[in-house]
Design a protein around this ligand. Sequence first.
Ligand SMILES: C[S@@+](CC[C@H](N)C(=O)[O-])C[C@H]1O[C@@H](n2cnc3c(N)ncnc32)[C@H](O)[C@@H]1O
Length: 214
Amino acid sequence: MGIEFNELFDQWAESYDSTVAGLDLEYQDVFAGYKDILENVAARSAGFVVEFGVGTGNLTEKLMDGGMEVYGVEPSKGMREKVRRKFPELQLADGHFLEFPVPEEQVDTVVSTYAFHHLTDDEKGKALVQFHQLLGPNGKIVFADTVFVTELAKEAKIDEAEQKGFFRLARDLRTEYYSTIPNLMDLFYAAGFEVKFEQQNDFVWLMEAAKKER
Ligand SMILES: C[S@@+](CC[C@H](N)C(=O)[O-])C[C@H]1O[C@@H](n2cnc3c(N)ncnc32)[C@H](O)[C@@H]1O
């Protein structure tokens, strides 16, 4: 739980930016419009931002360019080393969605791109409850990640990947914890958030969640 994908990301750290640039054919559709997706997440964020799964720091950079203060949390040592080389001044912690050193500042936005699917739905629910406590008044969550409209739609994408010979992508879709919009809506709601979903490409949806009035 939490950090089961560290080895994968330690190995992927050096070539990750060429994947997001579309050079890996299997993942081209997953990363279609990558820069715009990160910009959409940054445009909906404000203030003091906690970012989970910073990876190579591409979203981090957009948040900082937008004048936000970023506190990054990243479990992979390889990724942390990579992002530290890019942004030596960044506040960066070793941790993950469920366990991380809590910053002293009041948190206005919790963000993450292409990472929330590393948690099972049960773990996602626990993380959202913690974020509700972490966020200040009017705080919100802005995530972008691969999400499916239904389980059937997910199965169809896995079949399509296999037919194209994209076996790494098919295995990834089968073995990581990609959820559906109805499941995620329930989890956000149960944790005390109102959530809106906006489709970004064939795989990725942006989720914007505001704390419900209690
Ligand atoms: C596909 S990369 C995305 C990187 C970056 N956010 C982006 O949009 O390009 C996924 C990142 O999430 C991190 N990660 C994996 N499991 C995690 C967890 N449980 N909590 C936080 N981050 C996690 C990985 O180490 C990796 O850096």
